[in-house]
Every structure is written in structure tokens, then in C-alpha cells.
Design a protein around this ligand. Structure first.
Ligand code: MG
Ligand code: MG
Length: 304
């Protein structure tokens, strides 16, 4: 979608492009930090690392320190497709994801694989609605859509989120989570603080879909790849902390799908707190090519 006048004026705000970059780098940092402890329980993490708070690589994927996984690389693939066409379109997104899968990514979710294999077979870039497609794969890669649709009416933003989501995940809860995250990023880039995100996005989501009522759960430990578990853990960590570092340390030390909770929390916290809030020791550990791609895409997408 092309941008409209309000985007131009909001781009004049000195911190918008910088916050967009912080959201993208926050996504990558959270992914790389969390991947070390993906599928571990909080107790296993505590025994092995005490508090996991540095880029050490390893984990079940045997990563290099600072190496990212599918959460970041799928977002980058989607972002390239959006930039190539100037808008969010299903077929280019499917083609980009398919090319990404052919390049043998370090990890890939089952629902993503199923959707892309079906796309190869049928050429259809929208999966049929499925109650079992409530994994977090569509939500984790939504950032480039949030940036590309800055300034657009909320219904258009939601539609663009669903277009990219349905390539692999066509599910009511996945849609609700994906749309909510994109709108939260946009609000934060526009200057909204944590309290506004809580009252204007997180609480309304839980009113529409009580599954997401994160305050009812004391602490979501060991969150699974179910998008509800993911958002509950992320919301608890985000709304119970006041800075990027403590939010990320909280969420990844819960273990479970920690690269994805880390990526999503990093995206939101980056958008909220800006680039200076991301610890340099984490940023410096990122692969320079990934770091450069995130920064370049963030600026280009926010300018669309
Ligand atoms: Mg991953
Ligand atoms: Mg994961």
C-alpha cells in the first residue's frame, strides 16, 4: 500500500525512523538471545546459566553467538517482498517465503512448512481457515507490515497483516494477535507509551478473545508456540518492566519458545524505548549482515 499524507508528517518526527530501526534490531536481538534457551524450562535455564543474559549461541540449533533464526529471517524475506512491490501482497510474500525455505533456514515451524508446501503444489497464497493454525509464525514476522502501513487507516493495517499471515496461518487467534502486535508497534512508533498500549491494545484484545487475558495468569513460564501462550508471556514481561533489557531477560528466561517470545518482546520494547535502550553488548553480537539488513529495511519500509 502506498503511504498517505499523515505518514510524511509523522516521518518529520525525529525519532520515528530511529524507533523503527530499534524495533527491527530489537526483534533480531530478542531472537538471538532467546534461541539459546528455546525449548528449555526455566529450571533448566537456571541450572545451566543462572540468569541467561548474554549472547552465547548454542541451544538446540547449535548457533553462533548472536545468530538469529526464522523469526528474523522470515521478517526480512517478507520485508524485501513488500519493498519490491511497494505494498503487502500475498503472492510476492508466498514467493519470498518459498525462496527462504529453499535456502535451508536454520529452523522452520510446522505450520509454515505445511503452508509453503501447499503453495508450491497449488499456487494458492492463502491457506484455508484452520483451527490448528494458531501457532505464532505469522505474528513473529509481522514487523515489516507494521512499518509499511504506518499512517494508514486501522482496517487497512489489519487487512495487510492478514494477507501476509494467511500465506501459512489462517486462524482467528493468530489474526487477532498479529494485528494487535502490528498496531502496538505503530502506536509506539507514534509516541504512545506502555500504559497506552496496555489500555488501548492489550486489554481490548483480551476482551474480544479472553484467551489473551494475561493478567489472569500469574506468570506464563515455558510458553509454547501457541500464539496465545506467546502473547501472554510477552505482555507480562513488557508491562511488568520499564526498560528493554529487563523485559528481554524476563521473557527469555521463561524458556519455551524463547526465540519467538524474545523476538516479539524485542520488537515492542525497541519501538517503545528506542535504540539507546538496547544493550550494546547484545547489538554488537549480531551478525553485521543481519544488523545492516534490519536497519536498512526499517528505514525503507517506514518511508513507503
Ligand atoms: Mg526461531
Ligand atoms: Mg521459536
Amino acid at each position: 500500500m502506498t503511504s498517505s499524507a499523515p505518514v510524511t508528517s509523522s516521518l518529520c518526527h525525529p525519532s520515528l525512523a530511529q524507533r523503527a530501526t530499534a524495533a527491527y534490531l530489537g526483534l533480531a536481538v530478542g531472537d538471538a538471545l532467546g534461541a539459546t534457551v528455546e525449548f528449555m524450562t526455566p529450571r533448566e535455564i537456571a541450572v545451566q546459566y543462572g540468569v541467561h543474559d548474554r549472547m552465547r549461541g548454542g541451544g538446540w540449533l547449535n548457533l553462533r553467538p548472536g545468530q538469529v533464526t526464522d523469526d528474523t529471517t522470515m521478517a526480512l524475506a517478507l520485508g524485501e517482498a513488500i519493498l519490491a512491490h511497494g505494498r503487502v501482497l500475498a503472492r510476492p510474500a508466498a514467493e519470498a517465503f518459498d525462496a527462504w525455505m529453499r535456502a535451508r533456514p536454520v529452523d522452520i515451524g510446522n505450520t509454515v512448512r505445511r503452508g509453503l508446501l501447499r503453495y508450491r503444489e497449488t499456487g494458492l497464497a492463502e491457506m484455508p481457515e484452520c483451527e490448528h493454525a494458531a501457532g505464532n509464525g505469522a505474528a513473529m514476522r509481522v514487523l515489516p507490515v507494521a512499518l509499511a502501513t504506518l499512517g494508514q487507516p486501522e482496517e487497512q493495517v489489519r487487512h495487510a497483516c492478514r494477507v501476509q499471515a494467511h500465506v501459512t496461518h489462517h486462524n482467528l487467534l493468530s489474526d487477532a494477535a498479529t494485528e494487535c502486535l502490528a498496531l502496538m508497534v505503530q502506536d509506539a512508533l507514534g509516541g504512545a507509551g506502555k500504559v497506552r498500549l496496555l489500555h488501548e491494545r492489550a486489554h481490548p484484545l483480551a476482551r474480544r478473545h479472553p484467551e489473551f487475558a494475561f493478567r489472569a495468569v500469574r506468570q506464563q513460564a515455558n510458553p509454547s508456540g501457541y500464539v496465545v501462550d506467546t502473547l501472554v508471556a510477552v505482555f507480562q514481561a513488557l508491562f511488568d518492566s520499564d526498560d528493554f533489557e529487563s523485559c528481554l531477560i524476563d521473557v527469555v528466561n521463561r524458556g519455551g519458545d524463547a526465540d519467538t517470545t524474545g523476538a516479539i518482546a524485542g520488537m515492542l520494547a525497541g519501538a517503545l524505548y528506542g535504540i539507546e535502550a538496547i544493550p550494546a553488548r547484545w547489538l554488537d553480537a549480531l551478525d553485521p549482515a543481519i544488523r545492516g539488513a534490519c536497519a536498512r529495511q526499517a528505514e525503507a519500509l517506514a518511508r513507503l
